[in-house]
Design a protein around this ligand. Structure first.
Ligand code: ZN
Length: 113
């Protein structure tokens, strides 16, 4: 169900952005979705079609930029991608700490006419 509400949020953001830019129709919405965000592009798209019907976002393409989950080494402060079952820093072998990278779910700009 949270995908439905997220789709509503995205459309509200896109409509506000379109007004700012003077678009009368949104043709494309760019999303950034982290692999640990709990959202998937497919489920957002599914709800998006329902929610967008009758709005200026109807028929807009949803472009998703996936973001890999990153860990930060507490020793050398390097950001590195988390691999399944491997949490060690590739430089010094220290176990990495979780970061916000990979948990994002945000609109990253729109295109329109
Ligand atoms: Zn390190």
């Amino acid at each position: 169900m949270h995908e439905y509400h997220k789709a509503v949020d995205i459309i509200e953001d896109a409509v506000a952005e379109a007004k700012k830019k003077g678009y009368s129709k949104v043709t494309k919405i760019n999303l950034v979705i982290g692999e640990d965000s709990g959202y998937s592009g497919d489920s957002i798209r599914m709800h998006f079609e329902d929610v967008a019907a009758g709005t200026i976002c109807e028929g807009a393409e949803i472009a998703v930029t996936p973001v890999k989950t990153m860990l930060r080494c507490p020793k050398c402060h390097e950001l590195f991608p988390r691999k399944p079952f491997h949490y060690e820093c590739p430089h010094c072998g220290t176990e990495g700490e979780p970061t916000e990278v990979g948990h994002e779910m945000a609109m990253d700009g729109i295109e329109g006419v």
